[in-house]
Unconditional design. Structure first.
Ligand code: CP3
Length: 344
């Protein structure tokens, strides 16, 4: 049904002529056409208005022709729906004025009917699907429970999220209670997104790597596994857990369709650790997009050679940075489209 199904075929592990490509955080930030919309509407208005969210989702596709679109939204709409106030502060990032600190705060959290409270996301999915006219697939996403937990405990971004980790090690019961609530809401949310029409789902565990290999399964992976278990019959699930190369072996057995990897592990090592069968996604260092376009292309070709063209989705190892020149992002995408067997 979808005309360019390279991305879905790579998720199934099928043989392809070239790997598909998209970029994490491709919608927004570095695009001049996004900056125009950004001048007029604040961040959550952009998320909550389906016309704007779908337009921003399509902007990078029109400019570069990636093989998949990712819905413009944010992982923090989940805590918002749970009654936790989240603001996006200019030049600062997410700000939670009343972070969760006690049992009492936990008891005030709502378990929302996501169909109602996040209806605007579902409308944005439907509108985006219409605008995409089945040309390429649409990715829906959510943060991992652990990554959401980090923000709602810490109250903002942080280098080490020490307040979130402190709660885990001083009040583990409270931590697990909250993680479970976030997990339950995330599952209903993603199920609604699937009903609304997304073709694949990505889970972002941006702060998984802050946990030790022993603590990761306890505070992050066990919740991600619940989400995978609930969705994998319905839709391909990609898990991107930044800094968690040490867990690739377990993740490969989880039922996820693909695993995202960051740039701190070589493609060969990532293949070895994940057992060689599962589709991998990544892992271009986002700051390498500062290199001249010709060098970017060479590096991308080398990366495809090292991962292998099959069971592979070309991507960055984390989100694109706001000051990447548009032509450098273009070189990244073009390099993949120009890929052919002669390059290897
Ligand atoms: O991939 C996409 O283009 C889809 C849209 C998307 C956004 N946020 C839009 C956004 C996605 C997938 C996210 C996920 C997200 N949000 C994550 C996980 C991925 C990652 O990068 O680690 C996290 C941790 C957040 C929380 C968040 N939202 C932060 C820390 C910030 C501020 C810093 C930043 O990333 O720019 C945001 C704001 C945000 N979310 C912007 C965009 C386009 C920038 C807002 C602006 O200044 O216009």
């Amino acid at each position: 049904m979808i005309k360019n199904d390279l991305f879905l075929r790579a998720l199934k592990g099928e043989t392809v002529d070239r790997p598909p490509v998209w970029m994490m955080r491709q919608a927004g930030r570095y695009l001049p056409e996004y900056m125009e919309i950004r001048k007029k509407y604040d961040f959550f208005t952009r998320c909550e208005t389906p016309e704007l969210a779908s337009e921003i989702t399509l902007q990078p596709i029109r400019r570069y022709g990636m093989d998949a679109a990712i819905l413009f939204s944010d992982i923090l709409v989940i805590p918002q729906a749970m009654g936790i106030e989240v603001q996006m502060k200019e030049g600062f990032g997410p700000w939670i004025p009343h972070p969760i600190q006690s049992e009492k705060d936990l008891n005030q959290i709502q378990m929302p009917d996501v169909k109602e409270s996040l209806n605007y996301v579902m409308e944005a999915v439907k509108m985006t699907k219409e605008k995409l006219e089945n040309k390429i697939p649409l990715i829906g996403f959510a943060g991992s429970p652990w990554t959401i937990f980090c923000y709602v405990i810490q109250g903002s971004g942080s280098k080490n999220f020490h307040k979130a980790k402190k709660i885990c090690f001083t009040h583990p019961k409270l931590a697990h209670n909250l993680l479970q609530k976030i997990t339950d809401v995330t599952i209903s949310y993603l199920k609604e997104k699937i009903k609304a029409g997304v073709d694949a789902v990505q889970l972002f565990d941006s702060w998984g790597g802050l946990l030790s290999p022993d603590d990761y399964p306890v505070f992050s992976w066990s919740y991600l596994q619940q989400i995978i278990d609930s969705l994998q019959q319905e839709i391909p699930v990609i898990v991107f857990a930044k800094g968690c190369w040490y867990a690739l072996d377990n993740m490969a057995k989880s039922g996820a369709s693909a695993l995202g990897v960051d740039w701190t592990i070589s493609p060969q090592e990532a293949r070895k650790r994940s057992g060689g069968q599962i589709t991998l996604q990544g892992n271009f260092d986002p700051t390498r997009l500062y290199s001249p376009p010709s060098e970017i292309k060479e590096l991308v070709h080398r990366m495809i050679r090292d991962f292998g063209k099959d069971r592979y989705i070309v991507n960055l190892g984390h989100g694109i940075l706001p000051d990447i020149p548009v032509e450098n992002a273009g070189a990244f995408i073009e390099a993949v489209k120009e890929y052919n067997a002669k390059h290897v």
